[in-house]
Design a protein around this ligand. Structure first.
Ligand SMILES: Nc1nc2c(c(=O)[nH]1)N[C@H]1C(S)=C(S)[C@@H](COP(=O)(O)O)O[C@H]1N2
Ligand SMILES: [Mo]
Length: 381
């Protein structure tokens, strides 16, 4: 599949080139290269910038086969009176009624992978080892992990390599166990951790973040799908997607810092996510009003407010927000309806996180710290 990989790298590089101008670091193309985003017509037309639209159009055509439908697959067989059934019903009830945006539990959850073909570890032979700077190295089978006390957590993921208004941000209800017990058993003697996976991926970050981590083996009431890291993946609340290591095989505690896979390629994607409000729906309501909507996410800081301007940023109005879902790391939806001014106008959207900090306005492309800026979009009256 070398030809495909090169073609995708080229498409991604030209999309990024259109955004940042001249030199495109190799890592930019690489992180964008092996990804799949939903490419339905409705979502594609909702993009906020020409550069992003070009990138998605180029990548989308080739990557169609990598599209996932994990949430839809998983939810059908969940009993309504189970805890998962009740939580999924809560997410459905709290989802705003807006055409063209994902419900609070994504129907198509994005995927980003370093390889063309996902690993497919045999669940019965799979083990998770805890190694390195620990008092007691350990090894856990699938049975060991899944017999620990289970919890269901809503958790949103976002890729550091996506465009500002991109589609690589999604939410699911994950089933798994907190890492606390495994870490207590190990007796940590270092401040950093390297998570390693069956596909050769590895990411390093702080033990402080790992302590809030979760080992997930279920997604939306079904077994964790292969594309999302079966049999077991890590979820690290509030941090960029890349340290949420899939097909996890090893937790290695380190006493000094090392670089992970993407950091060796120039990215800084192990830290907390940037705050973002995205704009994915523009609907004409038939009564002369226009409806705009999307999602906002700020990791564990939470989203307190989304404001919309329909005059290019001169005046701002509070958007309606979806009621929060339980959980510490979950996105919200927003919607705003207004009378069409009858002429072309610029819609701008910005979020305020749970600490009261406004999403920064300065525009930066994804490499190396994740995209920044306010999403704006020209709407015909
Ligand atoms: N083993 C492994 N884990 C991985 C990756 C990978 O390529 N291999 N990609 C990372 C990146 S860059 C992101 S954004 C998230 C995406 O998770 P998802 O594919 O389930 O959406 O997984 C992370 N975990
Ligand atoms: Mo990512």
């Amino acid at each position: 599949m070398l030809g495909l990989a090169l073609a995708l790298g080229g498409a991604a590089a030209s999309a990024v080139g259109a955004t940042v101008g001249a030199a495109v670091p190799l890592g930019v193309a690489a992180l964008a290269a092996r990804t799949s985003e939903p490419t339905t017509a409705g979502r594609r037309t909702a993009l906020g910038s020409i550069a992003a639209a070009v990138g998605l159009a180029l990548a989308g055509g080739v990557l169609g086969s990598r599209r996932t439908v994990s949430a839809g697959d998983g939810t059908a067989s969940v009993p309504a009176d189970s805890e998962v059934g009740r939580l999924l019903a809560t997410a459905r009830d709290r989802s705003l009624d807006v055409d063209g945006i994902e419900p609070l539990v994504s129907e198509r959850f994005y995927e980003v992978d370093i390889n063309q073909v996902d690993p497919d570890p045999d669940r019965d032979e799979w083990t998770l080892s805890v190694t390195g700077a620990v008092e007691n190295p350990g090894e856990y089978s699938y049975e060991d992990v899944t017999s620990m006390p289970a919890e269901h957590r809503f958790n949103t993921l976002r890729c550091v390599g996506e465009s500002l208004n991109g589609m690589k941000m999604d939410n699911a209800l994950w089933t798994g166990t907190p890492l606390t017990r495994i870490l207590e058993d190990a007796g940590l003697q270092g401040d950093y951790v390297m998570l390693r996976a069956a596909d050769g991926f590895y990411e390093e970050f702080s033990v402080a973040a790992l302590r809030n981590g979760f080992l997930a083996w279920g997604m939306n009431g079904a077994d964790l799908p292969r594309g999302h890291g079966a049999p077991v993946r890590a979820l690290i609340p509030g941090h960029w997607g890349e340290i949420n290591v899939k097909w996890l095989t090893e937790i290695e505690i380190l006493d000094e810092e090392m670089e992970g896979y993407w950091e060796e390629r120039g990215w800084h994607g192990t830290g907390p996510v940037n705050t973002v409000a995205k704009l994915h729906a523009v609907n004409r309501l038939g009564d002369g009003r226009i409806e705009v909507g999307g999602h906002a996410y700020a990791g564990t800081r939470g989203v307190d407010r989304v404001e919309v301007s329909v005059d290019g940023g001169d005046t701002w109005t509070d958007a309606e927000l979806s009621e929060p879902l339980p959980g510490d790391d979950v996105w919200r939806q927003w919607v705003h309806r207004y009378d069409s001014p009858g002429a072309e106008h610029e819609v701008v959207v910005r979020a305020t996180d749970g600490t009261g900090t406004l999403q920064p306005a300065d525009e930066r492309s994804a490499f190396p710290n994740g995209p920044s800026g306010w999403v704006s979009r020209t709407v015909r009256g």
